[in-house]
Design a protein around this ligand. Structure first.
Ligand SMILES: Nc1ncnc2c1ncn2[C@@H]1O[C@H](COP(=O)(O)OP(=O)(O)OP(=O)(O)O)[C@@H](O)[C@H]1O
Ligand SMILES: Nc1nc2c(ncn2[C@@H]2O[C@H](COP(=O)(O)O)[C@@H](O)[C@H]2O)c(=O)[nH]1
Length: 194
């Protein structure tokens, strides 16, 4: 059994990472979603252990201290991290894993897992990004500003990724993401060449 592949999905807040992944994972069971930990408060409808592991700052930094994250970062004034145990267990069992993390986290992952595949989701325009964030209604005015300000810098990071997918029509973006995963899984591995 070969090692599983690690996929990393990033993109500015509100571009649709969660929406695209929900749709992809609902009918494509080959990839495991890594649930992140965060110090952000849950939004209405979000479930602990499903959307995130919602932690106090104290608990989050205990995990940092114990080296329990692959990567962690402060994003839009909250802390987020990828628990190591789930990812490493899946990869060792030959299962593929996808992380939905920000650009700072992706840089850390690149150092630790140089073979990971990095995918960047971009909005059709900044105006549409703003409209989506507004429409989601999850952020107050202050947080909207923070997220939109960060978006401009985040978009410059696309150069460090392997693939860019524009999330214009949702179904198209899901199909493209699925195609990338399938193509990467068909790549010739070292073990195929012996
Ligand atoms: N292709 C699309 N066309 C129109 N609306 C979309 C599309 N994709 C996502 N949306 C909408 O945009 C909003 C933001 O989507 P979502 O929450 O998935 O973004 P996100 O990138 O995961 O954000 P965050 O990084 O803040 O978690 C949601 O209201 C969602 O329904
Ligand atoms: N570095 C990490 N970034 C993460 C992780 N999980 C999520 N995120 C990023 O946070 C923002 C905001 O998310 P929200 O749920 O508060 O809207 C999002 O854009 C993700 O990219 C993580 O484990 N590490």
């Amino acid at each position: 059994m070969g090692k599983g592949k690690l996929f990393v999905l990033s993109g500015p807040s509100g571009v649709g990472k969660g929406t695209v992944l929900d749709k992809l994972l609902s009918d494509f069971k080959d990839v495991q979603y890594s649930v992140s930990a965060t110090t952000r408060k849950p939004r209405p409808g979000e479930k602990d252990g499903v959307d995130y592991f919602f932690l106090s700052r104290e608990k989050f930094f205990k995990m940092v201290e114990n080296n329990e994250f692959i990567e962690w970062a402060e994003v839009h004034n909250n802390y987020y991290g990828t628990p190591k145990i789930f990812v490493d267990k899946c990869l060792a069992e030959g299962k593929d894993v996808i992380l939905e993390i920000d650009i700072q986290g992706a840089r850390q992952v690149k150092k630790l897992y140089p073979d990971a595949i990095f995918i960047f989701l971009v909005p059709p325009s900044l105006n549409e990004l703003k409209r989506r964030l507004n429409h989601r209604g999850s952020e107050d005015e202050k947080n909207m500003k923070i997220r939109l300000n960060n978006a401009e810098d985040e978009l410059k990071e696309v150069k460090n990724y392997d693939y860019k997918v524009v999330n214009d029509r949702l179904d198209d973006a899901v199909e493209k993401l699925k195609s990338i995963i399938i193509a990467e899984k068909c790549k010739i591995r070292e073990e195929d060449c012996q």
